[in-house]
Design a protein around this ligand. Structure first.
Ligand code: HEC
Length: 404
């Protein structure tokens, strides 16, 4: 009973933290997109105008929500520090804190089911957890070092090097953890880099600028430059990181034999598409970038399309297996989680709302059962209940013969 209650409590914790994470992430990425857009759209004031004399380097007019707005950018800073200055940092911190909590709740509270896949590597739960959390620390250490190295100043080269680092990390993680956990930890690595950029570089730099102005000095432009570099990186990380956050719904990506390569391709497509928007906001429209991005996505879609399962009738025993045979397998391998009363520790309700404890339910969910067990091999999750290939073949033969 208390087991069920605590699993149920965890489910609510999951819901509330995920809700918070989503809202904080929208606020953060929304603000980040907005400021990049501002930077790309402001135009210098008329030479000799009051604005120019006041030190304004660019401004624009916009209409939104029934009002006119006139943002102005000062380079490096206004002559006097304004009374009230908005900072934009809690969006980032709240996104990371809620994201990290969610990572613990979903994955690290239940590593046997959510992080370990014994067909990938037979790890102990603590090992899987240590690898996952260690990856976040390594990500920031490597990234920050690269930023401070000579390559940090060369945008395109830096982009290539950090991309290779992330793909290598994805490769290593997919050889240690379940595909799903590997993906989400690459996402958490990127998210950690993005937030650490705000916490460790952008905000401290801004603080130094403001401190200098308080004592009547003009701020050192190096802080602005450094902050801008990190902020540009964050901008290119957004599409890849958001894909990874939703990738958990798409076993076709994270469960593929070359899942790390699939991830690399989709991340690259995201960067190309982001680059298109950045250029376009500067008034340069280059359709080649989104075209290349979409072509990559199309190529991935074709490459990972499910092949006919090639179910051997031999494994299924000649004639197409009947529902009774399938139900025996489902009872053995699935209903511990997928029933109205799950018995698997850590599961209070049937995951994804899929219940399979009666013949009618198996028939109803036949296509999804086939997809998850035969085509994607995503279920049983982490193959926790030890489903065999022969059993998958039975389900395949049953479904392909019309699911009778
Ligand atoms: C250890 C618990 C566990 C076992 C055992 C298990 N599943 Fe699942 N199943 C899950 C979880 C967790 C999810 C939700 C995955 C997600 O959030 O995307 C899920 C989701 C599903 C879905 C919905 C996927 C979708 O996105 O449409 C199907 C279908 C499914 N399982 C079928 C099965 C079948 C068939 C078996 C037995 C061969 C099985 N599962 C065994 C935990 C389990």
């Amino acid at each position: 009973m208390s087991e069920i209650l605590s699993a149920y409590g965890t489910e609510w914790l999951n819901l509330l933290v995920r809700w918070l994470h989503l809202v904080a992430g929208i606020a953060w990425i929304g603000a980040s997109f907005y400021f990049v857009w501002l930077d790309n759209n402001i135009r210098p004031p008329k030479p000799g105008s009051d604005l120019e004399k006041a030190g304004v380097s660019g401004e624009l007019w916009a209409i939104h929500g029934g009002g006119f707005y006139n943002p102005q950018k000062y380079l490096v800073a206004p002559k006097q520090l304004p009374q009230e200055l908005h900072w934009f940092k809690w969006e980032a911190y709240a996104t990371w804190l809620s994201g990290f909590a969610l990572l613990l709740i979903v994955y690290h509270f239940n590593p046997s089911a959510m992080m370990i896949d014994r067909s990938v590597a037979d790890l102990a739960p603590w090992q899987a957890s240590a690898i996952g959390l260690g990856s976040l620390v390594v990500a920031w250490a490597v990234y920050d070092l690269l930023c401070r190295s000579p390559i940090g100043g060369r945008d395109a080269w830096f982009g290539i090097v950090i991309f290779i680092f992330l793909v290598a990390s994805a490769y290593v993680l997919t050889k240690l953890l379940s595909g799903r956990a590997a993906y989400i930890h690459v996402g958490a690595m990127i998210g950690t880099i993005m937030v650490a950029n705000v916490l460790m570089v952008i905000i401290p730099g801004q603080r130094k600028m403001v401190d200098a102005m308080r004592v009547g000095q003009s701020p050192d432009p190096v802080y602005g430059k450094r902050g801008k570099q990190r902020s540009v990186h964050n901008n290119y990380f957004t599409l890849p990181v958001v894909f990874i956050m939703i990738s958990n719904h798409y076993a076709m990506t994270y469960n593929h034999a070359f899942n790390w390569l699939v991830l690399a391709a989709i991340m690259a497509a995201g960067v190309l598409i982001r680059h298109f928007f950045n250029l376009r906001h500067q008034g340069r429209t280059v359709w080649g970038y989104p075209a290349a991005g979409l072509l990559i996505l199309l190529a991935v879609a074709v490459a990972i399309a499910p092949r006919p399962a090639g179910t051997s009738a031999g494994a299924a025993g000649g004639a197409a297996p009947d529902l009774a045979k399938v139900q025996a397998i489902v009872n053995l391998r699935c209903v511990a989680c997928h029933s109205d009363r799950p018995t698997q520790p850590g599961f209070a309700t049937a995951p994804a709302g899929v219940m399979l404890h009666t013949e009618a339910l198996i028939r109803q969910h036949g296509a999804r059962v086939y997809q998850q067990t035969v085509q994607l091999k995503a279920m049983p999750i982490g193959n926790l209940t030890g489903m065999t290939d022969d059993e998958r073949a039975v389900i395949g033969a049953w479904y392909e013969a019309g699911a009778r």
